[in-house]
Design a binder for this molecule. Structure first.
Ligand code: NAD
Length: 443
């Protein structure tokens, strides 16, 4: 099939590449010239395990092309995926300007039947807005070209995006058209061979499904963080509690790890956007607001614990930070807990000495060159001459720590672990002031 994908970010690039990998003829289009130039040269702008070789293989086979030429891209595909960003606007609602700009572009250039597919995470009712936008552009052109709009939200996770796209639990398609259903079935057939993963539903249900899934996952995290904060104050070890509740199959072990708050490009903005959608239809989503508030508070606990451990004497100190990305296996730092921490540290005159296996380039891009941000080549250099260590991301290479060694490295033996990686007793026996989440030393 001929397929066009608008947006070559985490979702668009993975979608285009995975669809090309099963034989479709894919054109990926972006307005970011620099990104497209890099992609054309085989330089992948994001870190995602396995993606680089898959892109190169499909470019080589001429099934995958990158362009900034929107006219050519619209002409190419019968399926037009929209996978551009939907960041929050001032009041937390999803900002649809990029999605609607693509709709205008499609309306401007289309000359034959197209299925316009909202893959971006968009509020309920967006498919109608996309349709209206295309219709009004066609009206301006005095052109009568048939098209359909459907919803096909994406559930991939950064860090395992290829696996999720190719072997995900479900493929949700929102449409009321048989023609669209047939085309979408054909598009996804290679990924739908052994098990019926395709779920057809109304456009509105599909749009809401994406937000409901993210809101549920964010709720689990905030719930667990709330219980961890309680455990800390009640003298219980949250890791025992986690195992105790996870063993109940009605609860399960997935997504109940306490930590320093969720980040990334999806949970924070999607929870907010769903709460805004709710209030726009006259419903105050109290649970969603609490999920967000708990998360906001949780992100500041790393700083609070550190400040407590150092008796508030932060000015002039150097703090080692392990992990900058919002989770392992990605270089994405959008809304990462490390950012809340670093910004608070800088405001208190602290120098950050940080290491991340993949996100240091991104960190430099965001914060630029500054005297109080030193990026180093490995975790060992990060703790050299540092006063304390804070762990923000649970990258595999951070999962072991020689307690005696770290005590010897730091001028004050303070370790703040936002991911509960180590045994508090071992740390305490070695003389490390070890603060974790819901265990270890308490405030
Ligand atoms: P991103 O910011 O990484 O990429 C968006 C891309 O769209 C950018 O390269 C940008 O230049 C491009 N773009 C903007 N306007 C354009 C236009 N008019 N024409 C062509 N390209 C244009 O975003 P992302 O993380 O890939 O997310 C995209 C959407 O998918 C969002 O709605 C997001 O909520 C959703 N989503 C993201 C994830 C994730 O893990 N990142 C997972 C599921 C769903």
């Amino acid at each position: 099939m001929k397929i066009t994908v608008f947006g070559t970010g985490y979702v668009g690039l993975v979608t285009g590449t995975c669809l090309a990998d099963v034989g479709h003829d894919v054109v990926c289009v972006d307005i970011d010239r620099n990104k497209i130039e890099r992609l054309v040269q085989g330089d992948i702008p994001i870190y995602e395990p396995g993606l680089e070789s898959m892109v190169l293989r499909n470019v080589e086979a001429r099934r995958l092309r990158f362009t900034t030429d929107a006219g050519m891209a619209v002409e190419h595909g019968v399926l037009q995926f929209i996978a551009v960003g939907t960041p929050p606007d001032e009041d937390g609602s999803a900002d649809l300007q990029y999605v609607l700009a693509v709709a205008s572009t499609i309306g401007q250039y289309m000359n034959g039947y197209k299925v316009v597919i909202d893959k971006s995470t968009v509020p309920v009712g967006t498919a109608d807005k996309v349709r209206d936008r295309i219709e009004s552009v066609l009206a301006e052109r005095v052109a009568d070209v048939p098209f359909d709009v459907c919803s096909n939200p994406e559930f991939l996770k950064e860090g395992s995006a290829l696996e999720d796209f190719t072997r995900g639990a479900r493929i949700v398609v929102g449409t009321d058209s048989d023609r669209v259903s047939d085309l979408m079935r054909e598009c996804y057939a290679p990924y739908n061979r052994n098990r019926e993963k395709l779920m057809f539903m109304s456009v509105r249900a599909a749009e809401l499904t994406k937000y409901a899934a993210n809101a549920m996952l964010a709720t689990k995290i905030s719930f667990m963080n709330e219980i961890a904060n309680l455990a800390e104050r009640l003298g219980a070890d949250i890791e025992d509690v986690r195992r105790g509740i996870g063993s109940d199959p009605r609860i399960g072990y997935h997504f109940i790890y306490p930590g320093c708050g969720y980040g990334g490009s999806c949970f924070p903005k999607d929870v907010q956007a769903l709460a805004r959608t709710a209030s726009k239809v006259g419903y105050e989503a109290e649970l969603l607001k609490a999920v967000e508030a708990v998360n906001k508070r949780q992100k500041s606990t790393l700083f609070e614990k550190l400040s407590h451990a150092l008796n508030g004497e932060l000015e002039g100190k150097t703090i080692a930070v392990w992990g900058l990305s919002f989770k392992p296996e990605t270089d994405d730092m959008r809304d990462a807990p490390s950012r809340t921490l670093m910004e608070a540290l800088w405001a208190h005159g602290v120098t950050v000495q940080a290491y991340d296996p993949e996100a240091m380039k991104e960190c430099r891009r965001i914060y630029g060159e500054r005297d109080d941000l030193i990026l180093v080549a490995d975790r060992i250099q990060a703790v050299k001459k540092a006063d304390a260590l804070v762990i923000c991301t649970e990258w595999k290479e951070f999962r072991t720590l020689d307690a005696e060694w770290i005590r010897g490295q730091l001028s004050t033996p303070v370790v703040i672990d936002g991911r509960n990686l180590f045994d508090p007793q071992t740390m305490a026996l070695a003389g490390v002031d070890y603060y974790a989440v819901g265990r270890g030393k308490t405030l």
